[in-house]
Design a protein around this ligand. Structure first.
Ligand code: FES
Length: 571
């Protein structure tokens, strides 16, 4: 085994060695623990303000059991935790900040290998990004989804059920008292959102990338097997240190291709596009927006799960979880079978015999739930650097549509006007929302799935074409074009759209076109003024350096990795 990095601290003699060991001994650690055991950092996003990760102290204890068993020395440390539902203005504003916390916490401390405890949406990419920039042996462990929501005899999915009930309350189909009652019925156990929202999607991405032990994505948070997996993860990271199996050997181009295909097969969130590109950027793997369309869009969705289908993550687990899906992809010849995973095995060894127990939930590749359902990348004069749509969650009749634009300059204007009965809008219109991209919001909020106007809902219409530079929750659905790049606040063409313009969406042709003469657009551009941007603190740093959505919305100076070497090494 190569010399342990932690020995650069604990293995020293004299004053420095005293300093590094003595203060740690105030926790009661015996002196022999500092003599050359692999030190395993457990990177914990526990927080009572991140309810999806509130059980992570218990999970960390299970990881520690495994680390001790394997002869390691576990040390748990906290990092910035991003709770999707509580953090304003949007958790995404802080994904890159949290990744810097993770990167510097790993690099600056006497750690040989890392276990990443991830759950709520942004906690997964932020930890993977930070760890990738350090490039130590690293293993992921997700916190697991909540049990299925149950309300009035039916399943009730995180987020997805909320969007549906919100419309029902607005149209009078549901009483406000029932809506309040549903609060306790939707989220009734520890864990993260149990639809195929961003948290579940990213947990699946962790597993598809080979960054976790098999089965990580779907085991419910409350299932005893989640704790068993945590213990096995603790055992395994010690071995990974001994094998010097660094994260850059797992996060290869082949691994990202597997993740893109898996995302199509599970009907995963559009947010995965941004996060995977950002993670790849940190580890130096070339990955571009068009890879998602080229590799994933023709693939079928195999999993019948909300928001694209009807089941929930608990059902997905009982049906076999991601290994059953990856087996289907492998047998269809669209899986990089040799991609190395954290257990040291090629991906195919992990999933080749994976069983499927319920074909209603996980379909065969040859008899899919939805065909051609992976994320599509659109281009045209409205999004020269690309925009994305999730066809599996869209209405088929709207995938080719030309309509009159109804423009909202900001999300506040949208909220103020959308239910105004005098608003000139009907179901054939195209709703356009500006200034909600990485710089414009700032932070690229999940507001792209704009609510439909009440007067349209009352006709029984449930979907309209919506276009923005925003993201949308992975639990959301509809014919929603997102991530238009460059964004309006950066002077992208979206900034030039006016109400009354005609817009063409043609998903089969991958087209998003503003039907306005170039001369007219040039005149509008000459009058356009950029919005005032924040002038202090994190917001200032963020807006000055954030890249556009097609580049993963990482900060420009964070792309790449500098490894685990500490710049200066003495006190
Ligand atoms: Fe945390 Fe959905 S709010 S995973």
């Amino acid at each position: 085994m190569k010399k342990l990095r932690s020995q650069e601290w604990f293995g020293r003699k004299g004053r420095d060695g005293f300093l590094y060991r003595s203060w740690m001994k105030n926790q009661g650690w015996p002196g022999d623990l500092f003599d050359g055991r692999p030190v395993i950092g457990i990177c914990n996003t526990w927080s009572e303000l991140t309810p999806c990760n509130a059980h992570f102290r218990e999970l960390a204890e299970c990881v520690k059991r495994g680390v001790w068993e394997a002869g390691g020395f576990p040390l748990e440390f906290p990092v910035m935790s991003l709770g999707e539902t509580q953090l304003r203005p949007t958790a995404m504003l802080f994904r890159n900040l949290a990744s810097m916390d993770v990167e510097e916490s790993i690099r600056g401390n006497p750690i040989d290998g890392v276990v990443l405890l991830m759950g709520c949406d942004k906690t997964t990419p932020s930890l993977l990004m930070g760890a990738a920039s350090c490039d130590l042996p690293t293993i992921g462990l997700s916190g697991g989804p909540m049990l299925s929501g149950k309300f009035h005899g039916h399943d009730l999915g995180s987020g997805t059920g909320l969007w549906q009930m919100t419309d029902q309350v607005r149209t009078g189909e549901m009483k406000v008292e029932e809506f309040v009652e549903a609060e306790s019925c939707m989220h009734r156990s520890k864990g993260h959102c149990m639809t195929m929202g961003t948290a579940s999607t990213m947990a699946n991405m962790v597993e598809a990338l080979g960054m976790s032990l098999p089965g990580n994505a779907a085991i419910p948070a409350v299932d005893a097997r989640r704790n068993t997996l945590a213990q096995a993860t603790g055992r395994r990271i010690v071995q990974m240190v001994r094998e010097d199996l660094c994260i850059s050997r797992i996060l290869t181009r082949e691994a990202f291709e597997n993740a893109i295909r898996a995302n199509a097969a599970i009907g995963g969130s559009t947010n995965a596009v941004i996060h995977l590109i950002a993670i790849a950027g940190r580890v130096g793997v070339p990955l571009v927006l068009d890879d998602f369309d080229r590799l994933g869009s023709s693939l079928p969705c195999l999993v019948d799960i909300q928001p694209s289908g009807k089941h929930l993550m608990e059902d997905f687990f009982y049906a076999g979880g991601l290994p059953a899906v990856l087996r289907e992809l492998g047998e269809a010849g669209v899986l990089n079978r040799e991609a190395v995973t954290v257990n040291g095995q090629p991906m195919w060894n992990n999933v080749a015999a994976a069983p499927c127990w319920n074909r209603d939930v996980i379909r065969r590749f040859t008899e899919p739930f939805k065909a051609g359902a992976g994320i599509a990348v659109l281009r045209g004069n409205l999004a020269p650097d690309g925009a994305v749509i999730k066809p599996s969650a869209a209405s088929p009749h709207l995938l080719q549509h030309t309509g009159r634009a109804v423009v909202f300059e900001t999300i506040e204007e949208f909220h103020a006007r959308i239910d105004d009965e005098t608003l000139d809008i009907d179901e054939t219109c195209v709703m356009v929302l500006k200034n909600c991209g990485p710089r414009g919001y700032p932070g690229m909020a999940e507001v792209g799935n704009m609510l439909l106007p009440q007067k349209v809902l009352r006709k029984g219409v449930t979907d309209m074409v919506r276009i923005s530079d925003a993201r949308m929750s992975g639990t959301a659905y509809g014919t929603v074009v997102l991530h238009a790049s460059p964004e309006a606040a950066a002077g992208g063409p979206l900034a030039l759209v006016c109400s009354g313009d005609m817009i063409t969406l043609d998903v089969p042709k991958r087209l998003l076109r503003l039907e306005v003469d170039e001369n007219v657009l040039a005149a509008r551009r000459a009058k356009w003024t950029p919005p005032r941007l924040p002038d202090r603190g994190w917001l200032k740093l963020y807006v000055e350096h954030v890249q556009q959505a097609d580049k993963g919305a990482d900060l420009d100076f964070l792309v790449g990795r500098s490894g685990a070497r500490v710049a200066r090494d003495s006190h």
